[in-house]
Design a protein around this ligand. Structure first.
Ligand code: JEH
Length: 232
């Protein structure tokens, strides 16, 4: 898979050289390139922002550097997908991660300030699938943290990246697992730690009872922590 990230803070994406994503890159399953938006400016100060038309606080990202960067990067993509993190996007969900893991690649455009001039998304809709996404209901300072989350969520679904295929099928939000439930508590050795015992059932070897107990725990925790998941 090919992933291009465009940002004014390329160093923000440095963690994607580590861990699972880093291994996927070393193993040649992921070709990820990070581009500095300022390399696509032409003025002496490498300006990427300007005042908002209509007034208001903050600054908006100018369309010209985005146009030059996206023209250069999108031509490298066969079936172009342009992902734009923004507080006004649709929710980024596991089902989007699954769909995107099956594609040849994507370009992630990381805005800063009050966001990117809206004409950029409009313009590229003619040549790419443009998807504005939002991580969650809190306000970040830019799209970089969302890009980290998206790259990790998608990459771990690539065939051969996670050694254990069962860990993917079992994901809380994955289609066909414990549908729409969060996971209950998990334990490892020792059987007693600082006076806290592991529930007996998990040491019983009775796989039927263990499965029933886990289901009950998942339902209980979903009711307590994520009642919204039970509404549907
Ligand atoms: C934030 C991309 C580019 C800050 C404020 C405003 C909210 C009311 N889950 C997420 N949160 N934030 C982002 C995100 C994702 N994905 C995100 C970004 C950019 C993604 C620039 N920023 C900073 C930013 C304007 N406010 C938005 N409003 C509803 C709480 C108030 C206005 C825009 C951009």
């Amino acid at each position: 898979m090919r992933i291009d990230v465009i940002t004014i803070f390329p160093d923000y994406l440095a963690p994607l050289g580590l861990s699972l994503v880093g291994k996927a890159r070393e193993q040649g399953m992921l070709d990820m390139r990070v581009h500095d938006l300022r390399d696509f400016t032409h003025d002496r100060h490498r300006t990427v922002d300007d005042e908002p038309y209509g007034g208001g606080p903050g600054m908006v990202m100018r369309p010209e550097p985005w146009g030059e960067a996206l023209d250069a990067v999108l031509t490298e993509h066969a079936d172009p997908l342009l992902v734009i993190p923004t507080p006004s996007g649709g929710p980024f969900t596991q089902s989007l991660a699954t769909a995107w893991a099956a594609r040849p690649g994507m370009v992630i455009a990381c805005g800063r300030y009050e966001g990117i001039d809206a004409r950029v998304a409009d313009h590229y809709a003619a040549q790419a699938e443009v998807v504005p996404v939002c991580l969650g209901d809190y306000v970040l300072a830019g799209g970089e943290v969302a890009a980290l989350a998206i790259v990790e969520a998608v990459t771990r679904l690539l065939p051969g990246v996670v050694g254990n295929e069962a860990s993917i099928a079992d994901d809380s939000f994955a289609p066909g697992s414990m549908e729409g439930l969060v996971e209950g508590p998990v334990y490892t050795r020792p059987p007693e730690w600082r006076g806290h015992a592991v529930p007996d059932v998990l040491l019983s070897g009775d796989h039927g009872r263990i499965a029933a107990w886990r289901r009950e725990q998942a339902e209980r925790r979903t009711r307590d922590m994520r009642p919204d998941l039970l509404e549907g």
